[in-house]
Design a protein around this ligand. Structure first.
Ligand SMILES: NC(=O)c1ccc[n+]([C@@H]2O[C@H](COP(=O)([O-])OP(=O)(O)OC[C@H]3O[C@@H](n4cnc5c(N)ncnc54)[C@H](O)[C@@H]3O)[C@@H](O)[C@H]2O)c1
Ligand SMILES: CCCCC[C@H](O)/C=C/C=C\C/C=C\C/C=C\CCCC(=O)O
Length: 111
């Protein structure tokens, strides 16, 4: 919430996804467009939190992020892969926003 450009970019991706999905449906593009939004995942990107050169001004918030990771936990990449396969296999999904968290697992945000 305290990183406005990051937050705006995430909202932008969802708006882009949903609008493009509708354009694809109306224009018979023959492709589906969905978004997959995980919470923290066990990949190399999490280590960037320890490097001031990666975070710049946001380095001051690193302890807050570490606390969020401690509270909410970290997902294994295989869980994200399973969600991705579900998006691939379910032909009814277009413009969907799949969220994956440690507390709720795979679920969808409905607008
Ligand atoms: N890991 C998480 O906790 C998490 C959570 C939510 C969303 N995400 C998002 O998932 C995506 C993948 O992240 P990840 O966790 O797999 O990170 P990662 O650091 O493991 O992988 C990122 C990959 O992107 C590549 N890359 C970086 N810049 C590039 C460029 N300009 N052109 C081509 N490739 C480039 C890197 O070489 C690396 O292989 C990112 O957009 C990240 O923001 C990650
Ligand atoms: C320095 C770490 C870089 C990772 C950036 C990447 O976009 C990761 C984002 C991961 C989660 C989003 C951040 C905060 C959300 C906080 C908690 C998630 C709630 C999970 C739940 O409800 O169980």
């Amino acid at each position: 919430a305290h990183c406005p450009v990051y937050t705006a970019s995430k909202h932008g991706v969802l708006g882009f996804t949903r609008s493009l999905a509708e354009a694809s449906r109306l224009g018979n593009y023959g492709i589906r467009i969905n978004a997959l939004c995980p919470s923290f995942v066990n990949t190399a990107i999490l280590d960037t939190i320890n490097h001031e050169e990666n975070l710049g001004n946001f380095y001051q918030f690193k302890d807050g992020v570490k606390n969020l990771i401690k509270v909410f936990g970290v997902l294994e990449p295989s869980v994200i892969a399973d969600g991705f396969v579900q998006l691939l296999e379910d032909d009814s999904l277009n413009g969907a926003v799949m969220k994956i968290t440690t507390t709720k697992g795979v679920h969808f945000e409905n607008y």
